[in-house]
Design a protein around this ligand. Sequence first.
Ligand code: AMP
Length: 540
Amino acid sequence: MRGLMQDYPLLVHTILDHAALNHGEREIVTRAVEGPIRRCTLSDLRTRSLRVAKALQMEGIGMGDRVATMAWNTDRHVETWYGIMGLGAICHTLNPRLFAEQLAYIINHAEDRLMFVDLTFVPLLEALAPKLPTIEKYIVLTDAGHLPESGPPNMVAYEDWLAQADADFAWVRCDENTAAALCYTSGTTGNPKGVLYSHRSNVLHGLMVNQPDVFGLTSSDVVMAIVPMFHANAWALTYAAPAAGASMVMPGAGMDGERIYELLDQERVTATAAVPTVWLGLLQYLEETGKDLPWLKSVVVGGAACPRMMIEKFENVYDVEVIHGWGMTEMSPVGTTGSIKHATAHLQGEARVQLKLKQGRSPYLVEMKVVDDDGNELPRDGKSFGHLLVRGPAIASGYFKHDEEILDADGWFDTGDIAHIDALGYMQITDRDKDVIKSGGEWISSIEVENTAVGCPGVTEAAVIGIAHPKWGERPLLLVVAQADAELGKSDVLDWLQGRIAKWWMPDEVLFVDEIPHTATGKIQKNALREQYRDFQFSE
Ligand code: AMP
């Protein structure tokens, strides 16, 4: 028997309708790419998104067409998202930090028809345009006065383009499982693969992250979305904030400590989210200037492991709660947050830091488990580590235009991360499955050795890779970037590690290097390191 409830599809534009009607006065404040701070309301945002949808329709764009964006976090970028999806087209976010060949591959694979692009990236696209036959028009997110003289062919200024359309447009009412957005993963090997989100998955994921123990946004919050819309959907803040009626602050291209601080302070931001690198810049700025964070209540740190000093500084010096988050493009992207729960509320000092170093608990709508190589579930004891599998309504079931089966028979997706889960549900990543070091049949967590090494005074960055070993299969090699003024030797690093990690995890060699290679999304490029040290041999 079917339930007798309304057939109300979960479509992305319903978020904006709700926001404009009930929180229309809340603002979206942007550091424009052209320079100045720009303000509009959620009500204005809806009107302009309707105009985007209508102007796209006038271009002949319709259901299922791919429309790309290559842009910073700005009000204009948000309205293109809602406009594209509200028309039934698919919003394809492009990460400008990818290599040109990867971008060309992605755009051609997606067969994008139009592209919204920020001024910053016009020179890049001018060079790339001859390789992008499917793009009919480049709409530069600026006004005619700022449009550069040269650029890709068929380039128009966004404000001129938008001026031709009024807001008399009816959002498409389609099945909630219709594709809404596309984002390619920037895997370290092989061609990038497209994750195709639906309206339903975007709405459910937006609601999921608004649970109180996740980001818990409210209509009194002012949220600064620093994590880019072009990588992992700004962790859903562009859906979660309007759904809650929170004001949004968008940093545009200004990602350095000083400009981030200026917006946090002037706009009295209460909650924000970014990768550790951004927070390092802010913390350094605060230290240099002696400034404070009087308005900020919480900061989400994710995308890479949150360093210990970040938790200590934010919580102990600035009285800002750190929420450590983990996720991935395939998960829309949020998978866990390390919020305190009833059973951990009493923890203080070192015990609290240890808890916050974990990647956290899964909210309702994410299921997770850890299994061994044979697929047997491992106990939730906080130490048995294995492959981390996930399941939920906002998790990919396949890749765009790929036949490859990515779920097991029970619908679980293998994240490629190695982790353990404790009895209270807190998960901790110990490695990527390709990076874990297999020594004598046991696993060594390269991440744990790296994190411990980074705590050694004088160490800026550390990477650990497995090197073939005749007796043990693999043994760890530690690569260290030392601070310019540090007088640091191999024995200092090894002495530091001694007693802090298991004896048999101790690196067999420590090498000092000038830099460690990173991927376009800031992760250590372990495969490049493995290639570089392929012939390395430990001395006897
Ligand atoms: P991406 O799809 O590019 O966002 O990358 C997702 C991957 O980033 C995950 O599978 C993890 O390996 C890594 N990652 C994300 N958040 C964290 C975190 N808090 N700690 C450690 N690794 C993380």
